[in-house]
Design a protein around this ligand. Structure first.
Ligand SMILES: O=c1ccn([C@@H]2O[C@H](COP(=O)(O)O)[C@@H](O)[C@H]2O)c(=O)[nH]1
Length: 232
């Protein structure tokens, strides 16, 4: 495994077959980015995709966003971590007990996989949040779930880079902020609502930038990744 990587970029492998995702991985340098396997690719390929990316020396964020009762969440996190991935995640709204148990299960099994929790999806704005019955503002809800995640002993959260400044102040420098919804100024926002540029995200305190379509749908993904790395 590549333990020397200091790039903040995590490329999201979405909208792809096994062959296409491996062809993309083969164009990218594991010293310049990590890769994210989400629900779509994992449902399509299973653990074999993780193995294939590990063989290519990539660190993998397995983004399955578990959200279930505490025992089921903890067991799913354990089995995911046993694949040797760098990072796994749950939804913070699964609650304190589910998150604490999941973290404890990793510790009991001597697994150092990072465990983070999703606060409010970056595809949601305040109207979408309100439709789910949450009447507090988006910022209040994100901060509340981040604090709950920290209380449960997790390593950090998924949030928008728009919340990074606030969450670093609230949860401390060591609490990892993993931020999707990253777009260059000339990119399409697609279904993302709370977006930010790579450089602004890092300035505001993001630790890791999750970037999917901006790179994967570029004519030359490796060149786009380099352009992004140069911009930061
Ligand atoms: O709040 C969240 C949590 C996860 N994601 C995931 O990140 C990528 C973003 O892809 P783009 O193509 O750059 O929009 C995608 O895999 C999501 O499942 C997120 O966007 N927001």
């Amino acid at each position: 495994m590549n333990n020397m990587i200091n790039s903040p970029v995590i490329v999201a492998l979405d909208n792809m077959t096994l062959q296409a995702s491996l062809a993309l991985a083969d164009q990218l340098d594991p010293a310049l980015c990590r890769l994210k396997v989400g629900k779509e690719l994992f449902t399509r390929c299973g653990p074999d995709i993780v193995k294939a990316l590990h063989q290519r020396n990539f660190e993998v964020f397995l983004d399955l966003k578990f959200h279930d009762i505490p025992n089921t969440t903890a067991q799913a996190v354990l089995v995911a971590a046993e694949l040797g991935v760098w990072m796994v995640n749950v939804h913070a709204s699964a609650g304190l007990e589910a998150m604490s148990l999941a973290k404890q299960r990793l510790i009991d099994n001597n697994l150092d996989t990072l465990l983070i929790a999703v606060t409010v999806l970056t595809s949601m704005d305040s109207d979408a949040l309100m439709q789910t019955g949450i009447t507090d503002s988006l910022d209040v809800q994100v901060s509340r779930l981040a604090q709950l995640t920290k209380q449960a002993g997790l390593d950090g959260v998924v949030c928008s880079a728009q919340e990074a400044k606030t969450l670093k102040a609230l949860c401390g420098q060591d609490f990892k902020l993993v931020t999707p919804g990253i777009r260059l100024a000339d990119d399409n926002a697609d279904d993302q609502k709370r977006i930010c540029t790579p450089s602004q995200a890092l300035l505001d305190g993001s630790d890791y930038l999750v970037i999917g379509r901006s790179i994967t749908q570029a004519k030359n993904p490796a060149e786009k990744l380099n352009r992004i790395l140069q911009s930061i």
